[in-house]
Design a protein around this ligand. Structure first.
Ligand SMILES: NC(=O)c1ccc[n+]([C@@H]2O[C@H](COP(=O)([O-])OP(=O)(O)OC[C@H]3O[C@@H](n4cnc5c(N)ncnc54)[C@H](O)[C@@H]3O)[C@@H](O)[C@H]2O)c1
Length: 373
């Protein structure tokens, strides 16, 4: 528990309700200290733990506010102990204006009292948890011995996808394609010396040549067809990350028809995933069933598999739980007086007294000072 840094009467009484705050600089410091691979491994382990407890969570499809140029989403989930939500946007045109396509922050709260315990930047953690989720799924869905991955779309998420597939699946060669050569050059520079051979390709179809896994992580607010039926090959696994919003897809419907399709949370994926192109009775498997041993993952060496990723709130719950623990161990973060916590919980009005002037809060100040001493 964190002691407040300020000493005004109104805030001195907030010890019990203090929220920890991790801003962008804190999270960057944490990820730099631990290293991206360790963060991916930690978040992947927490996602696996949470997905194995699927029934414990109160789940719903995220709430989305759409505009012509993007989407802003709220993603809540809760178990008996913690409530979590993430705020995230998706604006593919942003990079042309100097802003990221995806930005996020999130919150953890204590279900027993409703107290917010952590408010954190989640843009980096979104990339880490998305990569961890993709690679975790691929461990069960890609052909064993997969070594080559096509990585189509080399923007903000892509570097993390590459490292997650290297560490969790054993990918050693990347075949890269992006319509923006500068994005590919950025990725090559970031991943130089990380044990990954990188081949720059002329097109998405070229990138898929010889690939065991094809990852699509492009951003365009349109019904794109990045993966065509010509890119189907026996045993290939498609990790489709960028089709995650109504009217925003990456796979041709015939690719889905030719594959066994796995999703995170079916009610949300039917609205947002590449799955939005398919009839309501098109068969899919929720990935947690594979983890639970309820449904098979890859069944034969030749079958084509698709992980139709859209990003589910439980992955952000896992990211937040991991982040809270990792930041506490590293002594990162600071208290934030996010919500009022009056000394007398029935005297909210009393918190409006000028600092130090209320007799009631003065007493609380003295008591808290005595406890802290
Ligand atoms: N499923 C999830 O959980 C999840 C999580 C985060 C982001 N996303 C999605 O992943 C996508 C990528 O996100 P980002 O943060 O990396 O975005 P970004 O804008 O940083 O990168 C996207 C890249 O895709 C490239 N691109 C666009 N159209 C292309 C095409 N036809 N062929 C090849 N490359 C193309 C762009 O040039 C850009 O470099 C977005 O669509 C985002 O919404 C999904």
């Amino acid at each position: 528990m964190f002691l407040p840094t300020t000493t005004t009467a109104a805030t001195t009484a907030t010890t019990a309700a203090a929220t920890r705050f991790l801003g962008a600089a804190d999270v960057q410091r944490l990820v730099r200290r631990l290293g991206v691979p360790a963060c991916i491994a930690g978040v992947a382990a927490q996602i696996e733990t949470d997905f194995r407890r699927w029934a414990d969570f109160d789940k719903s499809a995220r709430v989305a506010a759409h505009s012509d140029v993007g989407v802003i989403e709220l993603m809540p989930v809760a178990d008996a102990r913690r409530f979590a939500f993430k705020y995230v946007n998706g604006h593919p045109k942003n990079t042309a204006e100097g802003l990221p396509t995806v930005m996020a922050f999130g919150l953890l709260a204590d279900v027993a009292t409703g107290t917010p315990t952590l408010l954190a930047e989640l843009t980096l953690l979104t990339a880490i948890r998305t990569a961890a989720m993709s690679a975790l799924a691929a461990r069960h869905l890609a052909r064993p011995g997969s070594r080559t991955m096509a990585l189509i779309g080399n923007g903000a998420q892509a570097d993390f996808q590459a490292l997650a597939f290297r560490d969790l699946l054993g990918i050693t060669t990347l075949r890269l394609f992006d319509t923006d050569p500068a994005a590919t050059a950025k990725l090559q520079a970031n991943l130089a010396g990380q044990g990954l051979a990188m081949q720059v390709c002329r097109s998405a179809a070229d990138a898929a040549q010889g690939a065991d896994v094809v990852t699509t992580v492009t951003a365009d607010k349109t019904r794109a067809t990045i993966v065509t039926p010509a890119m189907l090959a026996p045993g290939r696994h498609f990790n489709a990350v960028g089709g995650d919003c109504p009217g925003k897809t990456e796979l041709h419907p015939d690719v889905l028809r030719a594959a066994r399709v796995f999703v995170e949370y079916e009610p949300q994926s039917r609205i947002e995933g590449d799955l939005q192109q398919m009839p309501a009775d098109f068969p899919v498997t929720e990935f947690w069933r594979v983890l639970a041993g309820d449904a098979p993952g890859r069944a034969t060496a030749d079958e084509v598999t698709v992980f139709d990723s859209v990003g589910f709130a439980l992955e952000d719950h896992a990211a937040l739980v991991w982040l809270a623990d990792a930041a506490a161990r590293q002594g990162l973060g600071r208290p934030l007086d996010l919500v009022a916590a009056p000394a007398d919980p029935k005297d909210l009005f009393g918190t409006l007294a000028p600092a130090g002037e209320s007799a009631r809060t003065q007493v609380a100040t003295e008591q808290a000072t005595a406890i802290a001493a």
